[in-house]
Design a binder for this molecule. Structure first.
Ligand code: SF4
Length: 457
């Protein structure tokens, strides 16, 4: 066990996160030191960081990164950046200087590799070209449907395999919450910029339930789904039917998401999906025939037993099937997932393979005419890498961009949904999380509404 005493730091959270990119969770301890004189016993496993007493946190982090690199022999490509939103500091720099200068600053200040700095520069350039301003007076909305046909091995979301009777009870409460929030936003004349129905897998609901939900949202918020960005996740192809896609299309939904993760049958079996790659192909064909404006596909790099060739085959096929948005996720193995229970160290393995997969994705997607347009990182991602959303020009998801900016109110509806209220005068957000258990959501429904009322007012 290594012990790192961090001088003149009273909050060691980011230092702990940085050390996680190098060492297993139980392999180190970070200890903030703010008093003087500093007493510690140097040894082969015990170190003092910031002996000279600098007040510059970035400088202290760079020193810590150097020490961790010397100890482990690895240099994580994101340098000292630990947050989930690496674009945020980049855009702040872009506000004062050019994208090229920002790229240099990111390398010098955060020790990012050339490759990651150039990725951030490409994303910043895309957003500056295609996404004008942030209408903070508008809101985005997320609606959670916490049901799936089976549970994936890496899943840590609010997702449940539940009988149809429970879907029905949940939907009734969700419609009540929708109507209630619609009234509240009407009182405040809050317009919506985008709506995202995710989960779980929303298309676990029947066509008529989807119809009721979308009509309920339209009535409650006085919107025409066709007049704003409205996405419905149809993530699992085994939930897709022609009737459901026709219903979504008829109601004016322009964007859907079909998420293969992999086109290899063996992998789909290993991760606990109850469908084949052929089901994914059928889902895409059906969605294309139905005529949605944008079809998104999520792919994961680092799935069990996959190598670079498997990943390349998946991506090549998804590009060929005609996806307009492709989000490349690095596998994140979180607590509560079966992968983590089966192999607690899984996320620390395969960093080189996943890094190579991300390089491949960059080359292939650029070649196919896609641009990277949003990025985020999660805890416990293999190699402390990243998730990047790619799109054909102009086909980006404004919802995906807004949730990363933290400068807009997000209305969260349903179990597991996290709403955020933005206070522009103070440039800060306050989170209002609904309970993630769908049964408790129904049981404590009235309490939850009362709490929301207080916040949103
Ligand atoms: S489809 Fe998504 S939400 Fe559903 S079980 Fe799999 S990872 Fe979880």
């Amino acid at each position: 066990m290594y012990r790192f005493y961090i001088n003149k730091v009273d909050d060691d959270y980011h230092f702990m996160e940085l050390a996680r990119a190098f060492l297993p969770d139980d392999g180190f301890e970070t200890i903030p030191y703010t008093g003087n004189p500093i007493k510690y016993l140097p040894s082969k496993t015990s170190f003092l960081v910031n002996e000279k007493g600098s007040d510059d946190r970035e400088e202290i982090k760079r020193e810590f990164y150097g020490l961790l690199s010397d100890l482990t022999g690895i240099r994580p490509p994101w340098g000292t950046l630990t947050g989930v939103r690496p674009l945020k500091p980049a855009l702040m720099i872009c506000g004062k200087s050019s994208v090229e200068e920002m790229e240099h600053v990111m390398k010098d200040r955060y020790l990012m590799t050339d490759e990651k700095a150039s990725l951030i520069a490409d994303i910043a350039a895309y957003q500056l070209a295609y996404v004008k301003g942030i209408p903070w007076e508008k809101a985005s909305m997320y609606i959670g449907i916490p049901f799936c046909p089976t549970r994936c091995a890496y899943c840590s979301f609010a997702s449940n395999v539940a009988p149809a009777s429970e879907h029905a009870v949940y939907l009734e409460n969700l419609l009540k919450e929708t109507a209630y929030m619609g009234k509240l936003t009407e009182e405040h004349s809050t317009a919506l910029e985008s709506i995202y129905i995710g989960g779980g897998t929303p298309t676990t609901l029947t066509a008529s339930q989807l119809d009721r939900l979308i009509n309920g949202v339209s009535e409650a918020f006085g919107i025409d789904p066709a007049s704003l960005e409205f996405t419905v996740e149809a993530g699992r192809p085994d939930t897709i039917t022609k009737e459901k896609l026709d219903t979504l299309k008829r109601l004016g939904i322009s964007r859907i998401s079909i998420n293969p993760q992999s086109m290899k049958d063996r992998t789909l079996q290993l991760i606990g999906r109850d469908h084949t790659a052929d089901d994914i192909r059928k889902g895409y064909r059906l969605a294309k025939e139905t005529g949605f404006d944008v079809i998104n596909a999520d792919i994961i790099a680092g799935l069990p037993e996959e190598d670079e060739k498997d990943f390349t085959d998946t991506l090549s096929e998804i590009i060929g099937l005609g996806a307009d948005n492709i989000t490349i996720h690095t596998l994140s193995v979180k607590k509560g997932s079966r992968l983590k229970e089966n192999d607690p160290a899984y996320y620390r393995k395969n960093a080189a393979t996943v890094s190579a997969m991300l390089d491949i994705s960059r080359d292939m997607l650029t070649e196919a005419g896609f641009s990277p347009y949003y990025i985020y990182r999660q805890k416990h991602q293999i190699g402390a890498l990243e998730n990047v959303g790619w799109c054909r020009p102009g086909k980006h998801s404004i919802y995906n961009i807004r949730i990363m900016e933290d400068k807009q109110t997000i209305i969260g509806l349903g179990a597991g949904a996290v709403g955020k209220v933005y206070y522009p005068d103070e440039d800060r957000l306050e989170r209002i999380a609904n309970v993630s258990n769908y049964k408790i959501y129904s049981e404590r429904f009235d309490d939850m509404l009362a709490r929301k009322d207080e916040y949103y007012r």
